[in-house]
Design a protein. Structure first.
Length: 230
């Protein structure tokens, strides 16, 4: 008697399954070979994109530092109240407007945009200040709220009271602060009243009363509430 195991019989279904697997992998290999150039090109494109992103990030970081260095003189003039010098610069330093033109895409250049808008605003040049306030890329911080309130003040001066009130309200909520929000809400109420929106005015005055009871603005808030409740 033979000690060898008998040959295992392979079913027709199994053979068909193996044929399908072999055929599938053969097609994959054929496609890979046929489109190898495109495949390698796609990989190369991804590598280029990654390297370009790294280079762009490095360049932006370098430009950010350049912009910060360039702003030193302009910010010093701004803080000293020399608004025009801050805007135009001197022979030794760039002005805010030049920094916006050169580095406007960086965070420092964006900050220079706010400084320039505020400098124009303080000089009473609202026509130049408004587009700079509007183009300032705002975060939910105190500077973003201030830029929004600056835009509101200009619109209010132009008689666009309803739009101004909405912006004042946005400034008050954009950066909630005991130091700034009550004042912005009061300005919103004033603009709402000028627009004839007494119900809206009452709502913002109520927010001062309820949310900022210890603020200076809340001391006379009942007077304002009485005025818009008549």
């Amino acid at each position: 008697m033979s000690t060898l195991n008998p040959t295992r019989k392979i079913s027709r279904r199994h053979e068909l399954r193996e044929d399908k697997v072999v055929t599938f992998y053969a097609r994959i290999l054929d496609l890979t070979d046929r489109y190898r150039t495109y495949f390698y090109g796609a990989i190369a494109a991804v590598v280029v994109i990654i390297l370009a992103s790294i280079a762009w990030s490095f360049m932006q970081s370098a430009r950010q530092q350049e912009a910060l260095d360039a702003m030193t003189g302009a910010v010093a003039a701004y803080e000293a109240g020399s608004w025009q010098t801050a805007l135009d610069g001197t022979g030794n330093s760039l002005g805010l407007l030049d920094i916006v033109d050169e580095y406007g895409g960086t965070d420092a250049g964006n900050l220079a945009r706010f400084y320039a808008a505020d400098a124009y605003f303080r000089m009473g040049n609202y026509e130049e200040a408004l587009p700079l306030f509007r183009s300032y890329n705002r975060d939910g911080n105190i500077i973003g709220a201030s830029a929004t309130a600056g835009e509101a003040a200009i619109l209010e001066s132009q008689g666009e009271n309803e739009d101004a009130a909405a912006l004042y309200s946005r400034a008050a909520t954009m950066y909630s602060s005991d130091a700034t929000s009550p004042g912005y809400f009061m300005a919103a109420g004033r603009a709402f009243e000028a627009a004839g929106e007494t119900a809206s005015a009452r709502r913002v005055y109520e927010r001062v009363r309820d949310e900022y009871p210890n603020s200076q603005e809340a001391r006379d808030i009942e007077f304002y509430l009485a005025r818009v409740s008549q």
